[in-house]
Structure formats: C-alpha cells, structure tokens
Design a protein around this ligand. Structure first.
Ligand SMILES: NC(=O)c1ccc[n+]([C@@H]2O[C@H](COP(=O)([O-])OP(=O)(O)OC[C@H]3O[C@@H](n4cnc5c(N)ncnc54)[C@H](O)[C@@H]3O)[C@@H](O)[C@H]2O)c1
Length: 434
C-alpha cells in the first residue's frame, strides 16, 4: 500500500503497523526480543513504580492502590529529588501498608525513569512531563513492564511515531498499555458515546468541543535555577515539554471527538490561536487560546475551542449534532443528554480514575491485555496538528503531519542554558519546525 493511502481506508491494525513500523523502518520492532508471557497469576502481588511524582502521579499511585489491594507501590522516580520527598508522606498516609518504597528504590535526575524501570516492578505509572514519555514508554516496554500512561503521549510527530511503534511492540509481548485519557474509563460517558455511535441521533454531522477554563499554576523562578530547571519546573508553558495547552489539556476533548468518529482521525484542520493575556515572559511561549476546525473524509467537522484565561465564560463539554437529534456528553456531570433527556440514570459507576487502574490490573491478572496505543496516539496527533495549524496559519494535512520530521527540545538533557523558543506567528512560522 502506498504512503498516500488514506488512514481511514486502512484497518486499525494495518494503520498501526504501517505508521509505526513502516515510517520507522521496523528498527524498533527488529531490536525487540521474542515475546514472553508476562501476565501474573491471579493472586500474585504486583509491584508498581511511579515515574513523575507530581500532582497527577501521586493521584495515580493512590488510584492504583485503591483499584487492587494486592498491589504495592515499591519505587519512585522524578527529575527532582524534592518532588519525591514532597510525595512520600502523603502517599504513606493515603495508602498505608501498600507503600513499600525503601530509600534505595527512589531515583532522581534525567536517568531516574530508566533506573526505576530496571527494578523488579511489574507495572510503571508514567505521570511525568509529556516530552519525556515516548522514551520512557519505549524503555518500559523493552523491559517487559505493564504500563499506565498519562496523556498526552508525545509533543511532536517523531514522538507519536515512536509511541505507535512501542505500542505495537507491547502488543507482540502481551504487555498492557492503559491510557490516562480517563473519559474512556467513565462508564456513563462510554454508554452515552455507544448510544450515539449506535444511531441515537442519526448520523453525526458536526461536533463542538469546548475546553474553556481558567489559568493554571506557575512556579516562581528561584535564583539557583538554570534556564533548563526553570523550563522543566514550569513545563506547561514550553511547547517542547507540554505540547502547549491544546495538547496537554484539550486532548481530553479531542479524544472524545475521535471516539465519536469511531477512532478514525480527521483528514485535515485549520485554526486560529494566539497569546492575548498570557504575555509575560515567565509564561514561556505557549498560546492562551486555540480554535480549530477538524474535517473528516466523510464531511463531518469538529469545531474545537480551548482557552485558558481568568474571568471569562467557562465551559468544558462536548456537543454532538446528528441528522436526527443532538447530544451533550458531560452535561454538567450527568454524563449524557440525548435529545433533551438525561440518559444513564442508574447507580453511580466507579470513579474513572480508579477504574482505569482496575481494568489494568484485571487485564494483567487474566492475561487478556489492553492496548490503548492507537487512540492515545491519534488524539495526541490531532492536538499537535491543530496546534501547528494555529501556529502557522496553514491548513494541515493529518497524514503529512504524522510523517513530519519534527522533534522538539534539546538533543541532550543537562542542567544549564536552553533556548526559549520564539512565540509562533501565523503566516511566518513554518511547519515542520525543527
Ligand atoms: N488524566 C488527567 O486527568 C490528568 C490530570 C492532570 C495531569 N495529567 C497529566 O499528568 C502528567 C503530569 O501532570 P502533573 O499535573 O502531575 O504535573 P506536575 O508538574 O505536578 O508533575 C510532573 C512531575 O514529573 C516530573 N518529571 C518531569 N520530567 C521527568 C523525567 N524526565 N523523569 C521523571 N520525572 C519527571 C516533574 O519533576 C514533576 O514532579 C501530564 O502529562 C499531565 O498532562 C493528567
């Protein structure tokens, strides 16, 4: 099949194979050893290591321990030792005896993730800054670990292709990859999307995605910090580290649009964006708003809006227009309004943040692996394509963007100086950027 073959014409497996192995020339797959049986028996204690001990990482570790009482947290890794120290007391208090992390199983620095992966953990939780995720995912799969992988999975097309290849390698090894795109593990949202996919509003004509929200944290510059440390402490504000907020946060909404479209990616997108309020240099170079129009081969469009600004109208929701009706997915917490009626009114399902880990451990113990690699890669790529459409002011073709030779960030990771990228200027900034 030629490189020009449309993604939507390919089966999911063919897509994964062609994109990951075809684009990367099979190098990763060829270096992997023979598949081995990796699932643990039903009663085994599973050891978990946490990579990235920030807010989400600490939460994910607690969720994992809630999900299965026969699981222990045995290792911690973070870029910064103070983040590990800050995480430990809270984790110990929250998970009690499931906290089994000796001093020599705590690792800090740029190699911390690799050191943790080299321990005897069965499962790694990847909750670090997005830039580093493709390399950590690859190392974890090469070492035969099961993975819970936060979103987004990469910040550039080179990273997305690496993750696709890694996920294919994981599938061959029987390893689990569960994505932190948590709405996929909310049983009410699952049911609402299933109903829509099964025709509750006829054929989908258009989708509107809103992630209109306020500002996020900023960590004040300390005199002892190098520029590399400042950027890593404030990773949200640097595209090479976070992918910009369209990738870091709005991915949740873009992933629901992808899901509604049967996990087939759009053909192309264009968009408008900018940095209107977030103008101070401490906010790096990311934008504060994006609006992107994604177009699918069958004519469906998704109009996607995200804004991080204080004192503005906020709304985080998904609106779906069909030939025979309308639907709203989050709908102020009821997780499903179809043609004006609330659906899913049964007993409260388990919380999605615990449930994603419950499914992971069940899959490990049953030997029936879950692999969320394809959709987590495609929704990340949707965000990257949308970002690049807004940064450049150009129409971006999804497949071309996925093949682009674009890797963001320094080649070597070391403390010291690192450039601050220019703020993207539509009509001037080119795609792909180095
Ligand atoms: N699914 C969700 O609802 C959800 C919610 C919040 C955050 N997240 C995601 O979780 C991830 C972490 O976000 P957060 O809010 O916890 O940020 P955070 O800044 O609180 O934590 C990130 C941690 O990763 C560490 N880190 C950075 N580079 C590392 C490396 N190379 N090796 C090891 N550790 C490294 C940082 O020092 C920090 O402690 C992000 O990808 C974010 O998008 C997901």
């Amino acid at each position: 099949m030629s490189a020009a073959t449309s993604l939507s014409a390919c089966s999911r497996r063919t897509f994964l194979h062609q994109t990951a192995v075809g684009v990367l020339g099979g190098t990763l797959a060829a270096t992997l050893g023979p598949a081995r049986m990796v699932h643990a028996a039903g009663s085994d204690v599973l050891k978990v290591g946490l990579i990235g001990c920030g807010g989400r990482g600490r939460g994910a570790a607690v969720n994992a321990m809630n999900a299965d009482k026969n699981v222990q947290l045995t290792a911690l890794a973070d870029l910064f030792p103070d983040q590990i120290e800050a995480a430990r007391p809270g984790l110990q208090a929250e998970i009690g005896d499931q906290y089994q992390v000796p001093e020599d199983q705590c690792f800090a620095g740029f190699d911390a993730a690799k050191q943790l992966i080299a321990t005897d953990v069965d499962v790694v939780l990847l909750a670090e800054t997005p830039h580093y995720r493709p390399a950590h995912l690859q190392a974890a799969v090469e070492a035969g670990k099961h993975i819970f992988c936060e979103k987004p999975i990469a910040v550039d097309p080179v990273g997305v292709r690496s993750v696709l290849a890694t996920c294919e390698a994981a599938e061959k090894k029987g390893l689990n990859i569960v994505s932190g795109l948590c709405w996929r593990y909310d049983l009410r949202v699952r049911e609402t999307i299933d109903r829509i996919r099964n025709g509750a509003i006829g054929d989908i004509v258009a989708i509107q995605e809103n992630y209109l929200t306020s500002t996020l944290w900023l960590r004040e510059r300390q005199p002892s910090w190098s520029e590399m440390e400042y950027q890593n402490r404030n990773w949200l504000y640097y595209t090479w580290l976070s992918g910009d907020h369209i990738t870091e946060q709005f991915i949740h909404s873009l992933d629901k649009a992808l899901w509604l479209m049967g996990d087939e990616p759009p053909q192309r997108c264009f968009g408008l964006g900018g940095r209107q309020v977030r103008t101070l240099p401490e906010f790096g170079h990311i934008y504060d708003h994006f609006s992107v129009c994604y177009e699918w081969a069958n004519g469906v469009k998704a109009f996607a809006y995200t804004r991080q600004m204080a004192n503005c109208h906020n709304d985080v929701d998904d609106y779906v227009l069909g030939t025979q009706g309308t639907a709203q997915i989050l709908a102020r917490g009821v997780k499903g309004v179809i043609n004006g009626k609330v659906v899913n009114q049964g007993a409260d399902p388990p919380g999605m943040y615990d449930y994603e880990h419950a499914e992971l451990f069940r899959a490990i113990r049953s030997g029936k692996p879950i692999n969320n690699g394809r959709y987590m890669s495609l929704s990340t790529m949707m965000a990257i394509a949308g970002r690049e459409a807004c940064y450049t002011g150009q129409m971006i073709d999804f497949e071309e963007a996925l093949r682009a030779d674009m890797r963001l960030g320094p080649e070597k990771y070391e403390w010291g100086d690192v450039p601050v990228d220019a703020i993207a200027l539509p009509g001037v900034t080119a795609f792909p950027r180095a």
